[in-house]
Design a protein around this ligand. Structure first.
Ligand code: G1P
Length: 273
């Protein structure tokens, strides 16, 4: 059983400055809920209730969000306003929250490696909360079911237009079944002419714990950062990594236009329902 889920949340969110000057980008609200809470709810729905955050400087608001706010709660106790706290109270009653820090922005691979002390030697999920996924059956839930069948690392993928491909890790693989590929190549943010396919990795992963040793032996790659994509390619060569074309919709909330689209979508389809 997979019980743990890692949230790398140390990034700066420069695209949202000045909003993110003193506030973590993961706390930006999509309507009334911070981005990171959507990801945590998706993890908990998939049964991954032990949540680990890899944070950095200036991210304490995330830890406070998943803790009791005594003064506020005392103030509104017994009033109708309490119902606004229902979703976060539900998350807090179901999950546990641990934190560790990534001292320097050395890449997603490095962030995952920092999380080793929270994960130990078991398979785990990873959520990049910039990617907001909406689906009746949560994307992580879909991936956990697939893991039970195949017992190897899985990356979520989506077809993207050629002009966007260089924003992503990109896979190539043999299709085993409808929407499930055995990965045989992976490139982090390739130029469009070097992309091995149009299947881009989005921010949902299931990883087996041997990934930690592989990351330790992975040299810095794209942008001189330790890339999870490079470590996963090694894992694919040594054994097996699957790519899964998930069912659902994904919004890139790390960019202003995706953030606005997500806000409109949630306001019209999710908020208050
Ligand atoms: C990271 C990964 C990339 C992946 C993307 C999904 O990049 O390195 O492989 O496609 O997340 O959002 P980032 O967007 O953090 O630069």
């Amino acid at each position: 059983m997979i019980k743990k889920c890692l949230f790398p949340v140390a990034g700066y969110g420069t695209r949202f400055l000045p909003a993110t000057k003193s506030m973590p980008k993961e706390m930006l609200p999509i309507v009334n809920k911070p981005l990171v809470q959507y990801g945590v709810e998706e993890a908990i729905e998939a049964g991954l209730t032990e949540i680990g955050f890899v944070t950095g400087r200036g991210k304490r608001a995330i830890a406070d969000h998943f803790d009791v706010s005594y003064e506020l709660e005392h103030q509104i106790a017994g009033s109708s306003k309490e119902e606004y706290l229902a979703s976060i109270r539900d998350v807090m009653s179901k999950g546990s929250f641990s934190f560790t820090r990534q001292p320097s922005m050395a890449g997603l691979g490095d962030a995952i490696l920092q999380g080793k002390r929270l994960i130990g030697n078991e398979p785990f999920g990873v959520v990049l909360s910039d990617d907001l996924c909406v689906a009746d059956d949560g994307v992580l839930s879909q991936m956990v079911r697939l893991y039970k069948q195949f017992r190897c690392s899985i990356v979520a993928v989506q077809e993207v237009p050629q002009e966007d491909i260089s924003k992503f890790g990109v896979i190539a693989g043999e299709q085993m079944k409808d929407g499930i590929y055995q990965v045989n190549d992976m490139v982090e943010k390739p130029a469009p002419e070097d992309a091995p396919s149009n299947l881009a990795i989005i921010g949902r992963y299931i990883l087996t714990p041997d990934i930690f040793d592989i990351i330790e032996n992975t040299a810095p790659g794209k942008n001189d950062e330790v890339q999870l994509t490079d470590a996963l390619l090694q894992q694919a060569k040594d054994g097996c990594v699957l790519a899964y074309k998930f069912k659902g919709q994904r919004f890139d909330c790390g960019a202003v236009s995706g953030f606005v689209d997500a806000t409109n979508y949630v306001y019209e389809n999710v908020y208050g329902k």
